[in-house]
Each structure stands twice: as structure tokens, then as C-alpha cells.
Ligand binder design. Sequence first.
Ligand SMILES: *Cc1c(COP(=O)(O)O)cnc(C)c1O
Length: 371
Amino acid sequence: MKPETLAIHASNLVKNTTGDVTPPINLSTTFFRDENGGYPGGHMYSRVSNPNRSALENTVAKLEYGEDAAAFASGNNCGMSLFQALKPGSHILAPDDMYWGIKKQLLTIFNDSLEFDFVDQTDLELIKKSIKPNTQMIWIETPSNPLLKVTDIEEIAKIAKANGAILVCDSTFGTPVLQNPILLGANIVMHSSTKYLGGHSDVLGGIVVTAKKDEFWEKIRNIQQTGGAVPSPFDCYLLCRSIKTLAYRVKGHCESGKTVADYLVRHPNVEAVFYPGLESHPQHEIAKKQMKDFGGMMSFLVKGGVEETIKVVNKVQLFAQATSLGGVESLIEHRYSVEGPDSKTPKNLLRISVGLEHVDDIIADLAQALG
Ligand SMILES: *Cc1c(COP(=O)(O)O)cnc(C)c1O
């Protein structure tokens, strides 16, 4: 089945006596055993598994062409679980503009137990040179946050394989309908499902998909079930509901994203636009090779300095000045002031998540704010 069809039907496969077409929210934390001590319903205790979470995991595993998936309480918790699964002393090669919340985990939680380097992963030679004997994981994020850098998944997968490292791709900006890292050689794909999968800025979650049910995957599953940072049945239900429209929402985000990027590029008060769909984007060719379309995320530099930038962000009316992304509503954010003084993000950078309002209204709002 095509992704549009799978997204609608994969989570609906529950047959029960009430004949629901849409699976109900199953709040039971515990499940009946039979006379032989087995669990005829397939579930024992809802930290370990429950029907709504299984429906979500099966759906995203299918959409990402993986063998299995594990849902967590947040995108960040996917990072925690993947790092916890590594042997102490392992080395991770991560991107220099890694999502700051996950970078912070390495710097402040795993700083005593793991080694890591942050490098510009658009430079394949630099990646090869940065591999160490104890490199167990290469972590990529593409397109990246907030500079929308695109890394070559297929080429980095070859480097990871040649060096016996696990390739993890944070594909949150990509979404399962725009790119499928497992088909390009990644071992693990993760999404902050808070973003496009949820799509309505009302549910927090993360999901990890594996290419193979191997030994590393057993560890992840154990960390999920025993660690217990799992999403609630209601959160899983909301995500299954949202995923049904994912393909069509993403189509809208991409279409308007392209129009907004073309508008910003030509605006006299804009210094630069970072959007993988622009021919001027340094990795546009790689984006074309590995993505079906270019998404609704972009960032741009406002001409002048930080003062002019803050003025723009305070003048928008339709856009919400707020963090996060991937929802139906357009969001705008001054990343530097969120990331703090250690951030390498330019001070005149604004990141926008193009929503599903009419693109004329989105552009009118940017026009009045940019002057
Ligand atoms: C938001 C985000 C995360 C973290 O996800 P949460 O659900 O906020 O914990 C990780 N990676 C990327 C690229 C993100 O945008």
C-alpha cells in the first residue's frame, strides 16, 4: 500500500466485539490472563505494551519501512534511550547543529559516560576523519535545525557500515512521507512526533524505528518497557488520528513552503534564506536525491542586526511567536534567544514553520512585518 493509504488503515486493524471502525482509546493498565497464564489479548501491562501504542508503533514502522518501532513520551526521550543503549565509553559522531535539546543530553547527562564530537556533516571527508576506534554511533539530522542543512544519508550510511557504527537519523523535519532513511541505509530513524506526525501542536511524543530487530533493538525495547518513559494511550490515539492526514498536510506545508521561500529570497530586507528547495541551497542536489519534496521549514536572516530581527518577530500577527514546528498554524521564532549564549545560531536568524493557512495570508503577514 502507498503511504497515504497505510497512514489511514494501519492503525485501524483492531477487530473487537463492538465493531469500532476507529479504534477506541484503551485506558486499561492491565489485561486478563487465561487459564494457562497466557495473555490472550496480546497485552499484559500497559507500560510494556497497550493497544493504542501498538497501533501507533505498527503504523510508523510501516511508513518508515522498518521492522519495528518504539514510541516514547517525547522526541528527547528517543535520544535518551538511544544513548543509554550504548556501552559506556562509546564515541558518537554528531552534527555541529544538532537539535539543541538532544545535544544538551550529551553535554550534561552523558558527558561522563560517552564520548562525542560535533562536526559539520555536510563534509563527508571530515566525517571519515573524525571516526575513532570506539565510534559506535553516527547521529545525523536532516534537514537540520535551524539551518536546514541537508546531509547525504546514503553516503553517510556507507561510512557507518564500513566502520561498524550504527547510523541514527533524526528525520523530524523530513517526516516519513518526504524521506525514508532506512531505505537509504540508516539503521534507526527517529521522529519527534510532537511536530509533523502530531501536526496540531497538542501532543508530545517521540518514536524510534529500526531497520532490523537486532541486538541493539532489543536494548531499546527493554529501555522503553523497563525504563517506562512511554506515551499515554490518549497520546497514542491522537497521533494515530493525526497520522491519517499526514501525507495531505505535508503536501500543503511543502507547497506553501516553496512559495514563502521564493517570496523571502526576493525581499530587500532579507539577507539570506535557508530552504532545501531553493536552487541556491548548498545541498539542493542532495535534497532532490533523497527527499520527495522540501517541507515547510525554513530560516532566514533579517538585514541589519538583532534589533531589526526582534522587531520583525514582534510585528507578526498571523504567525504565532512560539517555539516548535510542524503544526497547522504558522510559527516564527528567534532561535538564538531560545538556545542561549552558547548557541552558534546567527543572532539575526528567524526560523519559520509554514502552516496550513492560505499562503496569501501567510505572505501578507510576513510582508507587513518585514516592511
Ligand atoms: C523537537 C525536536 C526534537 C525533540 O522532540 P521533543 O518532542 O520536543 O522532545 C528532536 N529533534 C528535532 C529535530 C526536533 O525538532
